[in-house]
Design a protein around this ligand. Sequence first.
Ligand SMILES: NC(=O)C1=CN([C@@H]2O[C@H](COP(=O)(O)OP(=O)(O)OC[C@H]3O[C@@H](n4cnc5c(N)ncnc54)[C@H](OP(=O)(O)O)[C@@H]3O)[C@@H](O)[C@H]2O)C=CC1
Ligand SMILES: O=C(O)C1=N[C@H](C(=O)O)C[C@H](O)C1
Length: 271
Amino acid sequence: MSDMRLIVAGAGGRMGRALVRAIAESKGAVLAGALEAPGSELLGKDAGVLAGLPASGIKLSADLWAMSKDADGILDFTVPAATIANVAIAAERGIVHVIGTTGLSGSDNAVIKSVTNRAVVVQSGNMSLGVNLLAAVVRRVAKALDQSFDIEIVETHHRMKVDAPSGTALMLGQAAASGRGVTLDEHSERGRDGITGARRPGNIGFASLRGGTVAGDHSVSFLGPFERLTLSHQAEDRMLFAHGALKAALWAHGKQPGHYSMADVLGLSDI
Ligand SMILES: NC(=O)C1=CN([C@@H]2O[C@H](COP(=O)(O)OP(=O)(O)OC[C@H]3O[C@@H](n4cnc5c(N)ncnc54)[C@H](OP(=O)(O)O)[C@@H]3O)[C@@H](O)[C@H]2O)C=CC1
Ligand SMILES: O=C(O)C1=N[C@H](C(=O)O)C[C@H](O)C1
């Protein structure tokens, strides 16, 4: 099979530059386009040079429709509004859409799901093996423990991150809720401040720290009577997520339309 031709959306961003490097290092994929926001001062610049590599010949452009003409997939780590605009174009072109963008609303996620009867979408708040394994373990532990164990999720990220809780924290919260057989929306406790009252039994708590250059730390604590268990993951470099996204795209190439997760890509769905 010939190399998968991939577009990087948000090519001037932190993840975008990491993705351009991951593609350059890879076997089986080539950079076919680099998307940036309309009006960005980076439009027209070479994607390889921005990523610290030799010139790639691919210039940043805001025109996804034109650049996707001969592409096979798009790796999208941008902002919710951009991802939602890209969903329709990727579906229309019939190309794989790997979505890593976080901070998406319920209605954004409904738009994404609405195209998956005709489009191949792989979506995950975290593209790493470790976090997806952690989610599977959290589901099992939450199932094994009753409500005398309080569940608290803590995440730490670099100072530039704009959304909270992180997509990963929410994914781990979903895993805990599913293990307990409850819905996260009805059992989530976020943003404690002031006289909050005692903790509601059965709730899943979230706390977010921001600072420095942290690529992404997550922990899930189960706090019970006279003992507590904490499961955690530390991402050491965002190249981890870029390699995961690339793996997802290569896995999805040629798959039937559907909404896939990183657990599907990694073969963890049945754990
Ligand atoms: N699922 C996962 O494993 C991971 C997910 N993420 C998520 O990925 C997203 C991006 O993170 P990060 O790279 O750190 O953020 P950045 O802000 O560094 O990058 C986002 C990029 O998207 C660009 N952008 C904004 N609007 C558009 C548009 N309409 N079309 C194309 N590009 C656009 C931004 O441009 P401008 O600056 O000009 O607005 C920016 O260059 C976040 O939601 C983050 O949480 C991050 C790491 C891993
Ligand atoms: O913004 C980031 O950097 C990250 N975002 C993702 C999230 O919101 O969980 C994944 C990773 O933790 C890095």
